[in-house]
Design a protein. Structure first.
Length: 575
């Protein structure tokens, strides 16, 4: 009988001693665990040398506990809301039943005492492990969590027209709106109209809502998949009452119409779901324009696989995230998805072992376990001041919403050089321009070359609707060459381009958006070019020689794969 080395867990030791797996199998499985974050049992089953049933029976015999068959438990009987989803995923466990002050938890590895202790600490309940087969456990966890996460569409589907009067928008909080107690903002038709616009925008998957007063017209538009569309033209006479209603909802001063104001709305659409809106008013010639940004917390939890990175790009991003120090910069215009990329990276890094702090203007989505700070120039809390304070708080990872000036850049560079991982954004068009922009700010070329580890330039392109997209007409070979398809790494003869058609489940043939990325790692050649003070063109050429896709190449690859159309690729990347 083979004995396991001391570095191998007790569970692996049990399986080795029962001749189910070899020490080499366990070591290989542990490498898979590090890469994919799956459990040891799942990794061993994936290898194909042992079945989930064999592992469960061995654990049952070793620890004197029967194996429970998850196939017999009905989904509706699994207790919800007791164990946080993060703990379920972190430890690969599932609550089965609660009896008094005890909770019974399905596990594939009964030796994971740390998991049971953490669940006990978080729930305040005594925790008992129940052995189950790892393959059935993986399926049950996915089913349970997908049922727990009620979709926005499902939540809104249960709302009828009568519910528009009674939506909970947080108006009963202690913070009351300042200014006149104007009765006109409480008129039922205005309340219903505003609530309906907000709900319709959420159902459409919009990112922004614009209420725009003009001399003779009052226009309401929403930005869906990056494109603004008009959805209503109410009478101009109600424009002031609509803006007053929105200001009441977002706790603004309704008597102040001369200066811009910022506020926030939290709308509860069900017992378990709430949507936040960031609100800004702007005095215009014919009244106040009000723009609402819809903040959906689920967008911060999409996961890196959902964002649209190529495999090589994803590997470079993950590798840079797991470096102990250095600077990762995400760049692109407003609305290009920079915040989602940063939040995705922070979610990957967000573990109890790391101290993460962010300075944002403003904080858009609350991330549990991360210390988020709203910068405010009005009170002197700038990005630079927040970053300076972070460095006195023993940070591991720091995120700065935007590098706007030399002071912020210098402090960020210093943090990255002294053992911290720094993430931030810049408003530039591409990776090469980002490096020259830092030097133009006044950051020494040596500091840029040795500190910046990765740059991600990005755009968002509309995705073709998978239900109605149709093959495009054949494009002549010389036009394909002119567009750039010769240099994308895909044989032109194997490319089938698609174009939008339009159906009842999409918008003009497009549904959703996908990221277009230029991910550039700072290579020795690029470092030399930076220190020699050469132009962004020389940096871009070096990046191309190193095999990094630029934005245009990435967009054409998405078109070649049928994810988007050539027209859309040209819209977001062609000069």
């Amino acid at each position: 009988m083979t004995s396991a080395p001391a570095s191998i867990s007790g569970f692996a030791h049990c399986l080795i001693n029962n001749n189910l797996v070899s020490k080499e199998d366990v070591i290989t499985a542990m490498e898979d665990i590090i890469e994919s974050k799956m459990s040891l049992a799942s990794a061993l089953v994936k290898q194909g040398n042992v079945t989930a049933r064999d592992i469960a029976l061995a654990a049952s015999e070793e620890f004197g506990s029967p194996v429970f068959d998850l196939a017999v438990i009905r989904e509706e009987f699994i207790p919800s809301g007791i164990i946080d989803a993060k703990l379920i995923l972190k430890h690969n466990v599932l609550p089965l039943t609660k009896r008094g002050s005890r909770i019974f938890v399905a596990v594939a590895d009964p030796t994971n005492i740390h998991a049971l202790d953490e669940i006990k600490f978080n729930t305040g309940l005594s925790t008992d492990a129940v052995i189950v087969e790892t393959d059935k456990l993986d399926i049950a966890i996915k089913t349970f969590l997908s049922a727990e996460e009620e979709s926005i569409g499902d939540a809104l589907g249960g709302l009828d027209e009568d519910a528009l009067d009674d939506l909970d928008v947080g108006e009963t909080d202690n913070a009351k709106p300042k200014g006149d107690e104007n009765s006109e903002v409480d008129e039922t038709p205005i309340v219903r109209f505003v609530n309906k616009v907000l709900l319709d925008a959420i159902k459409m998957g919009a990112s922004d809502i614009h209420f725009e007063p003009y001399e003779k017209v009052f226009r309401v538009r929403v930005r869906n998949d990056g494109i603004l569309k008009e959805i209503a033209k109410p009478p101009i006479a109600i424009a002031s009452r609509v803006s007053a209603r929105l200001k009441v909802m977002s706790k603004m001063d309704i008597s102040e119409r001369r200066v811009p104001q910022d506020g926030r709305i939290k709308m509860k659409i069900s017992k378990t779901r709430a949507i936040d809106f960031r609100v800004n008013t702007l005095p215009t010639l014919f009244g106040e324009k009000v723009v609402l940004r819809i903040l959906d917390p689920s967008s911060a939890k999409l996961g890196i696989d959902a964002l649209g990175y190529e495999e090589e790009q994803k590997s470079m991003f993950l590798e840079a995230l797991h470096q102990p120090q250095g600077m990762i910069l995400v760049t692109g215009p407003t609305g290009s998805g920079k915040t989602v990329s940063l939040y995705t990276g922070l979610n990957i890094l967000n573990t109890p072992e790391l101290n993460i702090s962010t300075a944002e203007d403003p904080v858009e989505i609350n991330l549990e376990g991360i210390n988020q700070v709203n910068v405010s120039t009005r009170v002197g809390l700038t990005f630079a001041e927040a970053l300076r304070s972070f460095l006195r708080q023993d940070p591991d990872i720091v995120m700065v919403g935007e590098i706007r000036d030399l002071e912020t850049a210098e402090i960020g560079i210093k943090a990255a050089q002294t053992g911290h991982l720094v993430l931030s954004t810049l408003h530039t068009n591409g990776a090469a321009e980002t490096l020259t922009r830092l030097m133009n700010m006044g950051v020494p070329a040596f500091n840029v070359a040795t500190t910046v580890s990765l740059i991600i330039a990005q755009r968002l392109a509309r995705k073709l609707c998978s239900e109605c997209k149709e093959p495009a007409a054949d494009i002549p070979d010389d036009i394909m060459t002119q567009e750039g398809f010769d240099d994308i790494g895909i044989d032109k003869s194997e490319i089938t381009l698609f174009e939008p058609k339009g159906c009842n489940i999409c918008s003009d043939g497009y549904k959703g958006r996908v990221g277009i990325y230029e991910v550039v790692r700072i290579t020795p050649e690029i470092s030399r070019i930076i220190m020699d003070g050469e132009s962004s063109i020389a940096i871009a050429d070096a990046a191309k020689r190193a095999g990094f896709y630029d934005l245009r190449t990435s967009a054409l690859r998405k078109a070649a794969m049928g994810i988007t159309s050539l027209q859309e690729a040209n819209r977001v990347t062609k000069d």
